[in-house]
Design a protein. Sequence first.
Lengths: 559, 116
Amino acid sequence: VTVNRHVNRRIRLFLAVLVFAFAGLLLRATWLQSVRAESLSALGSTQHRESVTLPAGRGTIYDRVGLELALGERATTVYANPMQIVDPRRAALAVERTLGVDANRLYPILADRTKGFVYVARQADPAQAAALQRMKLPGFGFYPEERRNYPQRSVAAQVLGYVGTDGNGLSGLELQFDKELAGRAGKETVVKDPSGQVIDVQNEQPEISGKNVYLTLDHSIQANAEEVLRETVHKWSAKSASAIVLDPRTGAILAMATEPGYDANRFPSVPTDLQRNRTITDTYEPGSTFKLMTVAGALSERIVSPTTRFTLPYQLHVADRIIHDAEERGTVNYSVAQILAHSSNIGAITLAEMLGRTRLSSWISRFGFGRTTGVDFPGESPGIVLPPDKWSGSTIGNVPIGQGIAVTPVQMAAAYAAIANRGVWSRPHLVDHVGGGGRPSLNHRRLVAPRIAKQLMMMLKDVVAEGTGTYAAMPGYQVAGKTGTAQKPDASGGYATGRYVASFVGIVPASRPRFVILVTVDEPRGAIWGGVVAAPAFQQIARFDLQYLEVPPDAAPAH
Amino acid sequence: MATWAAARVEEAVVAQPRPKPRVVKRERHVRGGVLSIAIVAALLAGVVATNVAVLRLNIKLDHLSQERADLRAQNAQLSSQLSSAASAPRIQKLAAKRLGWQQATSDQTTYFKLPK
């Protein structure tokens, strides 16, 4: 009985211990699940749940024939938490070995334990970053990013612009179409096990890739234009040169080149001066190429016809200025067509005086000078055109010959394209369409009657056949065009000595125009004339383009 | 003539098989219990198996999405290389340099007008 009693007591004691233990556990469980539930749940979430941003792929920019001009490539950004780095010296050396980052520069950054986040390398090569990741250095983190790549390197670099390290378009078409190209980043929450293995993915918002942008530019025409400009700049020791190749029927820009250029993949190290697309953002005094507007106005207002003749002295007094023709000569008797062919300043001013400042000003405005063309590129300059009420006495002697007025190359090319397109102006544009969307509506407006456009084309053909633009001529094709040589203004309001802009605007083939090509050469040395410096460049560009797009000659022999 | 006692004995004799259904009932209960335990166990095993399968699928999904990202990256890199290689000016330069080819000029090109 005594033994049984002892046993029963032990059993009871054991039971009591068990009851107490369970009660303790129950209380602890209640405590953890009620009072500390929120904080523990949050702590748990941070340990096994992670919110991940899914970067949206930036759209690709294609040229006219479907060649990629700008596309996104995957890169890996490497960051570190210096507070978690055990051996900064070893870590810095490992980074130098794998990523090529200077260890001496990196060491103080990694050793600075006051910071919890530092970038080690932005948009590093994924293979090199993976090699570093395999080393499993404590305190290092990796995340994927997209790096913009321009596989054609310098081709159309100023037009394409560039994208910053955060993936935002910062200049050129990358900026203009940033919204369309960028897409929308997605977000997802991943649940990880203690080893870091993803065991569940909760999609919250899928990423939407950016749209592709299809340009009117043709990489072959663009590359050739750049090559020709490079040679021209070198040959004439010029400061810079620009060219535009435009389809006058639609306003589509096939090439927009500026030299000197640069490799678009190295934009951060390129001076901002080189990054400008000068054909759109910069203005110049056009000189004689502007005489076409004066003649177009005079013909349209029926003041003269192409055959109307004028007796023209060598020089002329206009207010306080004496203006003369470029080459010394005696008094001549020129028709309107000859005024244009020989690029007579006196002839153009005579026509302008007949038109009067109001009508001339109205024709300048009608051709689109003094306002932006609406080309799909950021930072377009409207040019500088004085309103008629601000003209001085001598302005009527400057503006008709392209002085005292500043235009952009794209304005000038579009104006000549209108003449080539039977008097109808089309908005110049670089983008054909975006993504799966349709083509944007083309903005057309009539500038001059088809009859006037035809007369002007005849006169422009004479300029190349027997006038100042003979170097633009090419066998088999009729070329229409106009040369321009303009002195550059200086800071004091006058003109700089020995600094000129030589230019040529040509239309080819003149019978069925397919291209309007404008070439400007800034500060050439050795020769300054548009007909000598810019016209041969035009001819080289046109010859390639005609051959490349298989444009048959004007007078093809019958076979 | 039957007495009350005899009648009770008879009743007792008649009532004797009664305990048998109790055993059957108990056995049935036991079987039912075992069956329910088996069903619950099977269900639990199914839930566990489903969870394991979902887990495996999630892991596979993660690997596949990583693979997709890698393939996209490779594709972009190849597109970039292809774009550089397919550039007409580059091919033209190589043709001129390696093969001595020259681009035909406009006067070396003949155009035929095909009859309609």
